[in-house]
Design a protein around this ligand. Sequence first.
Ligand code: VGL
Ligand code: ZN
Length: 202
Amino acid sequence: MPKSNEALIVVDIQNDFCPGGALAVAGGDQIIARVNAMMGNFGCVVLTQDWHPAEHSSFASQHKGAAPFSEVRMSYGPQTLWPDHCIQGSVGADFHPDLRTDPAQLIIRKGFRPKVDSYSAFFENDHRTTTGLHGFLTARGVTSLTFVGLATDYCVAYSALDAARLGFESRILMGACRAIDLGGSLLAARARLENTGVTLSD
Ligand code: VGL
Ligand code: ZN
């Protein structure tokens, strides 16, 4: 029987993060069958959806002369610049067509404020603006979170780190995630996750 205090958080399994998408993560679509199969094991399933306006400040296209995957300083700290991706209402922002969405009790959108990016499902990259997910999970009596999805070293890692800091039991199923792995980001994320008490399993 699924336990009401256990939630599965399915991060950003959207067309743009899958092969052929604008910010494709290698093998991003290979995790979908496993993610679908485990949804029934959780009392609560939450999907996150990266959801940017066309002029989002995390897009390299909005910074004159800047290349995708370079870094700039924002008011809230360093920010990697990405190719335009997950633009609100576009096919790229849709969930991958094979992903089951019916079991989801909540779909949380993030990254819709033009001036601040949001990797974590809990807080935007200024580490202050909340998405509301913490309130939802707390109100529902959820204490234990399992993370799967894209990308391991960005949205999955930032979400799991915030979850652990907020006091949730926090676990990532690495085999049900795929990474962008930009300049050692996967190794760095692993170290930070382990130091913060996030359980990494297969
Ligand atoms: C993501 C980069 C930019 C992610 C989202 O889902 O990991 N990465 N936007
Ligand atoms: Zn994004």
